[in-house]
Design a protein around this ligand. Structure first.
Ligand SMILES: [Zn+2]
Length: 278
């Protein structure tokens, strides 16, 4: 290769890198979301998914995960909520759960092109205990940030505070305690749960449990999609311990199970299932 050809190749590489960065910066500005830096990109590359099917062992409350798949840090309409949590390896899932969620976001990006979502903690790469969660042990649990509204418009002002988001408080009507003009978009919460379950079923899974603060269920079920959720066979928790209940106001938690197993999942008969879990 001649000297000039090498130079042209170098320029082309620099140009494409610059273009890539510009595109990334533009989309970030549009979303006003967390930064995606080289450390995140390198981590995603390091943990890029293999082709081996994931295996969830045990239950959400006492289990492990093999051949976990990492959630992308960011997609067109979603982002993982906390950089440190992600780099600490807490964004892993069973591959089919990951596929169910990614398909849902793809669908939502077409139905609601200007709405953005946050994924909160998932599981460790090998599963197992993930303090302070009692569950999230076998890649079949995810926390999702509540989408918010202010003056009937999407509100993202609380999305970028990272792990502290778990500590936010909302009243029993879903209004943010420090600014009641900000409230949970319950209709969208219900719509998202229904969509996730719909797509999960296409991967042989379903949503086996929704954990949300008990006092918020009335508001959730009062919405258009909430009525569909209430009429569905998706189980929304009936009772929780005071601590676990109080924690599930800024986010909701979903557990997944396999729809077509011949025997019920261990977690459905396990005593831990009756203990309020996070
Ligand atoms: Zn959870």
């Amino acid at each position: 290769m001649t000297f000039y050809k090498i130079q042209i190749n170098k320029i082309a590489i620099r140009l494409s890198c610059t273009l890539f960065l510009l595109c990334a910066v533009n989309s970030l500005n549009a979303q006003e979301r967390l930064r995606v830096d080289y450390e995140i990109m390198e981590y995603m590359q390091l943990k890029s998914n293999d082709d081996t099917a994931s295996a969830s062992i045990g239950t959400v409350g006492n289990g492990t995960l093999k051949h976990a798949k990492l959630m992308p840090y960011k997609g067109k309409n979603f982002i993982y909520f906390d950089r440190e949590s992600y780099l600490a390896g807490r964004g892993f899932l069973h591959g089919l759960v990951r596929s169910s969620v990614l398909t849902t976001y793809d669908s939502l990006s077409r139905a609601l092109p200007h709405r953005y979502f946050n994924i909160m903690e998932c599981s460790n790469e090998d599963g197992g205990e993930m303090f302070p969660h009692k569950t999230h042990q076998n890649g079949m649990s995810i926390d999702f940030m509540m989408p918010l509204l202010q003056n009937n418009k999407p509100y993202y002002g609380l999305d970028t505070i990272g792990a502290a988001h778990y500590l936010l408080n909302f009243d029993d009507e879903g209004k943010y305690s420090r600014d009641p003009s900000i409230s949970i978009d319950f209709n969208l919460v219900a719509r998202k749960i229904l969509l996730i379950d719909y797509f999960a079923r296409q991967f042989g899974l379903n949503v086996t449990k929704v954990i949300i603060k008990i006092e918020l269920k009335d508001e959730l079920f009062a919405t258009e999609y909430g009525q569909l959720l209430k009429a569905s066979d998706i189980y929304v928790v009936q009772g929780l311990s005071p601590l676990i209940n109080a924690l599930h106001d800024d986010h909701f938690h979903l557990d997944f199970g396999f729809s077509y197993t011949k025997t019920p999942q261990a977690e459905n008969t396990d005593a831990t299932n009756r203990v309020p879990a996070e």
